[in-house]
Design a protein around this ligand. Structure first.
Ligand SMILES: Cc1cc2nc3c(=O)[nH]c(=O)nc-3n(C[C@H](O)[C@H](O)[C@H](O)COP(=O)(O)OP(=O)(O)OC[C@H]3O[C@@H](n4cnc5c(N)ncnc54)[C@H](O)[C@@H]3O)c2cc1C
Length: 492
């Protein structure tokens, strides 16, 4: 490793990959980013559906190294987030490091480094491999018979077809989660005929989303005000969200607030159907910026709670025999949240693959590393705070930590991976915390095949604290080259 130039390869040019790229660039470390698409932005590039707004405050959804004073709203529309990410890539000169339309299909640790293979057949060597491949990236489709027989336009919410006119079409939206709610609400206010197919009611946050005033934008430009505002926001996150972590009166008060939103529904039967039968927070809470509950009471909106039996050429047939004729079918059916960097085939020491490691359950050390996979660092991997810390803030914690590990790898010519014992301790610590949280007790996309939610069940400041200092005792630091020997890494 000492003979050649040290190199980091980042896979993915979404928010995480760009954040990492900026840090490496500033540290003067050689790196390249491989991105399978033609553009940066990941989530915000792919999801362009009507009604998409960021679910945390716009001010919380910023790279800490590039504040934005020009958000148009309290919660910015998706397109504005994407424009901001593109602007950051341009301003920071990050595009020159990115190889677009280059998908990494496999990664193998051999000798002292990672060998990454692109779909085009190129092999790329890396001393450190950073997987910034996203956690909501692989679209999921429902297993409903007849999907291919539909003759109208149909697409996933992550691949909106903007050539389809809104008006004069009968729209079907399959899915009652965050995307399904935002899409139905947007189509409803466009006066489209829209039927939303809902398997299970969700708690919906009906929120105000006012435009930012010129005065607010100007105030934020004052450095002192800006710093104070950021500190306030972080405090707000830490103190305002504890109801998710520990039971107490705050949890009951939150649920009362959400029940209150449902009062906007006049028909008691519809209100009953839209009232969840599980506690608030167990699923990710969809946000409504234009009052979903008012929208669904419009005459052009129909809600269907039954089971879809099959999709046919001109619509959807329900299990009770009712048929809905449709011209457009939108799959707002979410993503495979436990794919992480897969379908890429990732092989660590002793030929152990990621699929083998995660056979019983998906896990990690800190959300960022895996035993037996030296110098592989994930951004927002398993157990990252996908629900209770705004992603850029969580990334800031993770990337600060990873940078310290990379510095040591470079300086001392070593490989670093968490020990199996430390990983087990980490997983056990989180497992112990789950029973107190709101994340258990219902079916949700966080949970794995064992029913354990794969997210951060502790306070938000505990996330910051975990990454503030490197617990070197948890890590196996080996001089290169690494020989796997007969050490076998067992799945947790
Ligand atoms: C509809 C939607 C709304 C969301 N809203 C919010 C929100 O309001 N607030 C919030 O905090 N979070 C939200 N999220 C979560 C969001 O995914 C994260 O906030 C953040 O954008 C994730 O960034 P990322 O870079 O980790 O992943 P992504 O944005 O998914 O980027 C991953 C990148 O990696 C590339 N890639 C993947 N595999 C490969 C490969 N093998 N080879 C090459 N390139 C590859 C992809 O093409 C993509 O560009 C939302 C997610 C979705 C889907």
């Amino acid at each position: 490793m000492s003979e050649r130039k040290f190199k980091v390869v980042i896979v993915g040019a979404g928010m995480a990959g760009l954040f990492m790229a900026e840090k490496l660039k500033r540290a003067g470390i050689d790196f390249a980013v491989y991105e399978k698409s033609h553009e940066v932005g990941g989530t915000w590039r792919d999801n362009t559906y009507p009604g998409l707004y960021v679910d945390v405050l716009s001010r919380q959804y910023e790279f800490p190294f590039r504040r934005n004073y020009d958000w148009s709203r309290k919660y910015a529309p998706g397109a504005e987030i994407q424009a901001y990410i593109k602007r950051v890539a341009d301003e920071r000169g990050l595009r020159r490091f990115i190889r677009f339309k280059q998908e990494i299909v496999s990664a193998r640790f051999a000798g002292d480094r990672w060998h990454l293979a692109t779909r085009k057949g190129e092999t790329v060597m890396a001393d450190v491999f950073v997987a910034a491949t996203g956690f909501l990236h692989q679209p999921l489709y429902p297993e409903i018979p007849g999907r291919d027989s539909f003759t109208g336009a149909s697409f996933h919410s992550a691949g909106w077809d903007h050539t389809v006119p809104y008006k004069g079409r009968r729209w079907g939206v399959i899915g009652g989660g965050a995307s399904g709610i935002q899409i139905t609400e947007a189509l409803a206010w466009e006066d489209c005929d829209v039927t939303q197919f809902i398997r299970r009611a969700q708690w919906v946050h009906i929120r105000d989303n006012p435009q930012a005033t010129l005065w607010e934008r100007l105030l934020l430009r004052l450095p002192l005000m800006c710093r104070r505002r950021q500190r306030q926001l972080w405090k707000m996150i830490i103190t305002g969200d504890q109801w998710r972590i520990k039971p107490g009166p705050a949890r009951a008060a939150m649920e009362r607030e959400y029940r209150g939103y449902l009062e906007a529904i006049h028909d008691p039967e519809l209100r009953r159907k839209l009232t969840p039968d599980y506690h608030l927070g167990c699923t990710r809470i969809p946000k409504s910026d234009r009052n979903y509950y008012e929208a669904v009471q419009k005459p052009n909106v129909h809600l269907e709670f039954g089971r879809i039996a099959r999709i046919v050429s001109d619509g959807v047939e329900m299990a009770d025999g009712i048929k809905h004729r449709l011209d457009v079918l939108v799959y707002a059916t979410g993503f495979d949240p436990h794919a992480y960097m897969r379908p890429m085939r990732v092989t660590g020491l002793n030929g152990v693959t990621l699929d083998e490691l995660w056979k019983k359950r998906v896990f990690s050390y800190g959300g960022v590393a895996l035993p037996g996979f030296p110098n592989l660092f994930m951004l927002y991997g398993p157990f990252s705070p996908v629900n209770n810390v705004p992603v850029p803030i969580g990334l800031d914690h993770e990337i600060g930590y990873i940078m310290r590990l990379i510095e040591r790898v470079r300086r001392e010519h070593v490989t670093i991976a968490p020990t199996a014992a430390a990983t087990e301790r980490f997983v056990a610590r989180l497992d112990d915390a789950f029973p107190d949280t709101v994340f258990v007790g219902c079916r949700n996309w966080y949970s794995d095949q064992t029913g354990t939610p794969i997210l951060w069940p502790l306070r938000q400041d505990a996330h910051e604290a975990f990454f503030a200092n490197v617990a070197w005792g948890d890590l196996e630091v080996n001089p290169v080259p690494v020989h796997g020997g007969d050490r076998k890494i067992e799945p947790a």
